[in-house]
Ligand binder design. Structure first.
Ligand code: NAD
Length: 493
């Protein structure tokens, strides 16, 4: 990698105040919280801890510009131009954004610089391009009438996002919400507020009118809940845990029945049939899918379902391919796995590892905290075998570098086990039998099914879950609909 990221650290200045009405401002209470790097436990900066009063100010600013119409009712071509400029400015500052992401949440710099930041820029660009290319409709109605089906921006959208891909999750929401003309308030996770705060001023520099974008750092129970319960927020676009997703449904029900879209957890099955072919390749791809981002991916293939006749060979191969994912310094360009997001998350993951042991599963690889001397939060890539699908480690989302392997006898049992989960975000299956691939894919209750791979994500494809993995879809043109009201206008001729 050409950029020497370590040498850039002294040049960084952290945006640590809320961004409301086009300006950085302290929280009304003056309260702050420590922004801690999981790389070494160091406090990077103190960030404004927003609460109800800040939410009120941000919503008022967002509403005022929405009603004025300078963004919500402008020519879509103007939105395209501003958003393309915004993406261009993100590109200009890509190294800084990548470094902020890595310092803030501990992922390897190669991942931030090679995946998260380019993906975020692409999302803004892609929806910018879509802004003036998506047409409304005329219904096939009576010949003496015209029935128009038009899309209008919903209004004030609050995007409450997690820490695992901070800027990417933000951009998946910001892109379609801005392209369709909404005012947006971003509430980044308290573990990772820095990139969302930084891009706010880039959006202004690109020409976004004041008030169209607010960023409110703060805690879930305070800032997040205040947005969820606000009577003048029209929509919550949420990515995070299933538990908090349910809170947002409750907040909406107890306030103004705002729209709620949810991208929540996952425990994605990865079914390996005995006829799948090159087991070494499958095991490597599967291990890469699990341990990428230290297992902190909602769609990670963390639940291997392997046919009993190949289980010993396959589990040994997974353990072999886990090894190159040993955690190391996130700022080293050769590092594959960095820290997990913070000490709390590390202890949660270690708790699951303990629970797997005590329920009788076997730790085939890893299983411990490492690099303790750094002061950071690091866990070895961990593989469990002898797992039953009803064990806690097979049912709950661990959200760390841990994969479990359950065995099955035949196709029917594979499908039953795959669907035996509260989640339905993604399912993966490996087979050389094309008919089996189609048959099984149809039976899997998941928003995304990937056959003979575990990677299937692209901005062009819709992403979201069945069951308790969520409501609605991010990405692709499908995402634009959820940021719009659909209006029907009949005109009698
Ligand atoms: P989380 O649910 O704890 O937090 C997500 C956001 O919700 C944060 O901004 C947080 O501050 C806020 N929040 C927390 N408690 C709240 C409350 N009581 N009221 C209002 N807001 C509250 O999730 P996390 O730990 O940050 O992220 C990990 C989760 O995100 C995992 O479950 C993962 O599967 C999920 N995720 C899902 C997708 C997807 O697309 N389906 C993508 C990425 C992550």
């Amino acid at each position: 990698m050409a950029t020497d990221f370590r040498s850039l650290i002294p040049t960084l200045s952290y945006r640590n105040q809320a961004f409301i009405g086009g300006k950085y401002v302290p929280a009304a209470s003056g309260e702050t919280f420590d922004c801690v790097s999981p790389i070494d436990g160091r406090v990077l900066t103190k960030v404004a801890a927003c609460d109800l009063e800040d939410v009120n100010r941000a919503v008022a600013a967002a509403r005022a510009v929405f009603e004025k119409g300078s963004w919500s009712a402008c020519h879509p071509g103007k939105r395209k131009k501003v958003m393309l400029k915004f993406a261009e400015l993100m590109q200009k500052h890509k190294d800084e954004l990548a470094l902020l992401e890595t310092l803030d949440m501990g992922k390897p710099i190669s991942t931030s610089a090679g995946g998260d930041i380019p993906g975020s820029i692409q999302a803004i660009q892609w929806y910018a391009e879509a802004a003036d290319k998506v047409y409304d409709e005329i219904a096939p109605y009576r010949p003496d009438s015209v029935s128009l089906i038009t899309r209008e921006p919903i209004g004030v959208v609050a995007a409450v996002v997690p820490w695992n891909y901070p800027l990417l999750m933000t951009s998946w929401k910001l892109g379609p919400a801005l392209a369709t003309g909404n005012s947006v308030i971003i509430k980044p996770a308290e573990q990772s507020p820095l990139t969302a705060l930084r891009i706010a001023e880039l959006a202004m520099e690109a020409g976004l009118p004041e008030g169209v974008l607010q960023v409110l750092p703060g805690f879930g129970e305070t800032a997040g809940q205040a947005l969820g319960r606000h009577m003048d927020v029209d929509m919550i676009a949420f990515t995070g845990s299933t538990q908090v997703g349910k809170y947002f449904l409750r907040y909406a029900g107890e306030s103004n029945m705002k729209h709620v879209s949810l991208e929540t957890g996952g425990k994605s099955p990865n079914i390996v049939f005995a006829d799948a072919g090159d087991l070494n390749h499958i095991a490597k791809t599967s291990a890469d899918g699990v341990f990428f981002n230290a297992g902190q991916s909602c769609n990670a293939p963390t639940r291997i379902l392997v046919q009993d006749t190949i289980k010993d060979e396959f589990i040994a191969l997974i353990a072999k391919h886990a090894k190159p994912w040993a955690p190391s310094d996130p700022l080293d360009p050769n590092t594959t796995m960095g820290a997990v997001v913070d000490a709390d998350q590390m202890n949660r993951v270690l708790g699951y590892i303990e629970s797997g042991r005590s329920e009788g599963a076997t730790v085939t690889a890893g299983g411990s905290q490492v690099r303790k001397d750094t002061g950071g939060a690091y866990i070895e890539p961990t593989v469990f075998s002898d797992v039953k699908n009803d064990m806690k480690i097979a049912q709950e989302e661990i959200f760390g570098p841990v994969v479990v392997a359950v065995t099955f006898r035949d196709e029917a049992e594979a499908v039953r086990l795959a669907n035996d989960s509260i989640y339905g975000l993604q399912a993966n299956l490996w087979t050389r039998d094309v008919s089996r691939a189609h048959k099984v894919a149809r039976q899997l209750k998941a928003g995304t099914v990937v056959v003979n791979n575990v990677w299937g994500s692209d901005i062009t494809n819709p992403f979201g879950g069945y069951k308790q993995s969520g409501i609605g879809r991010d990405k692709s043109l499908h995402a634009m609909d959820k940021y719009c009201q659909v209006k029907n206008t009949y005109i009698q001729l």
